[in-house]
Design a protein around this ligand. Structure first.
Ligand code: NAP
Length: 276
């Protein structure tokens, strides 16, 4: 199977991830894996796409669970000798009206959106084959949260030399600062989701830089994007885009042609590079 191209989408049993899988099943010339932390919800989603006449495969993946990530890594290595497309879509958000203490919201949100996504990247990026594509689903919330950071933090998050370790340190500090109720004094905005997505956008910029430095000849393109405001369980029924519309930018980035030399290391919405 080493010659069969393979695409993997995290958190794809519903919402935007499910729509990304649907579009990839229609357009990607290879095997497409719908993944879910809960195999029951995953298999139900697979059955829905099969009813639409699409060919889709399933693998369990909980991005909060390193063992689960490593099991997928070993499976991909063994069966395909790597992977061609990785879409990091899985994410969570507390509802605005949720009364869970902010420090807990910060810890839980960062755990999945930043640290979980990073762990997937750590384990799977080395497997991405030449001409592969990596798409990290961030949010415009990262841009507005960046604007709410102190000048000092903004400078760090916009830096072209920030390292992954320094980013991890900053994300960890945010969680610690919320526990001590000093996060605003320390220059953080009052949004756990926004800070988690700053983490995803900055991580993408760092990873793209690392690919340039270490695997230049492999022509891998890695970007972050915002799907827009999409009608899912996360954003609710008033959002402006359907899940299929929300999938458009992530799918565009996942299917960039092999002779494209960009975008790379960018943040996009509506298929357009946005300033960071
Ligand atoms: P959603 O409908 O709530 O779907 C989220 C998906 O992520 C679900 O499949 C969920 O699985 C999965 N997930 C959560 N935690 C996971 C974990 N630990 N391991 C594996 N999967 C996990 O949300 P959505 O609106 O489609 O959001 C998809 C992505 O787009 C997220 O990264 C979100 O932040 C981003 N985004 C959304 C909007 C919007 O307007 N909707 C805007 C900007 C960015 P379960 O079913 O098991 O919970």
């Amino acid at each position: 199977m080493a010659s069969v191209p393979v695409a993997v989408v995290t958190g794809s049993n519903k919402g935007i991830g499910f729509a990304i899988v649907r579009a990839l099943c229609q357009q990607f010339p290879g095997d497409v894996y719908l993944t879910a932390r809960d195999p029951g919800r995953g298999q139900q989603a697979v059955a829905k796409l099969q009813e639409e006449g699409l060919r889709v495969l399933f693998h369990q993946l909980d991005i909060d669970d390193l063992q689960s990530i490593r099991a997928l890594r070993d499976f991909l290595k063994e069966k395909y000798g790597g992977l061609n497309v990785l879409v990091n879509n899985a994410g969570i958000a507390f509802k605005v009206r949720d009364t869970t203490p902010f420090a807990i919201q910060a810890e839980v949100t960062l755990k999945t959106n930043f640290f979980g996504t990073r762990n997937v990247c750590t384990e799977l990026l080395p497997l991405v084959k030449p001409y592969g594509k990596v798409v990290n689903v961030s949010s415009m919330a990262s841009n507005s949260a960046l604007g709410g950071c102190s000048q000092e933090l903004q400078q760090k998050f916009r830096s072209d030399t920030i390292t992954e370790d320094e980013l991890v340190e900053l994300m960890t500090k945010f969680v610690e600062d919320t526990k001590k109720s000093v996060h605003e004094k320390e220059g953080w905005p009052n949004t756990a989701y926004g800070v988690s997505k700053i983490g995803v956008t900055v991580l993408s910029r760092i990873q793209a830089r690392m690919l340039n430095e270490k695997r230049k000849g492999d022509h891998i393109l890695l970007n972050a994007c915002c799907p827009g405001w999409v009608r899912t369980d996360m954003a609710g029924p008033k959002a402006t885009k359907s899940p299929d519309e929300g999938a458009e930018t992530p799918v565009y980035l996942a299917l960039l042609p092999s002779d494209a030399d960009g975008p790379h290391g960018q943040f996009l919405s509506n298929k357009t590079v946005r300033p960071w």
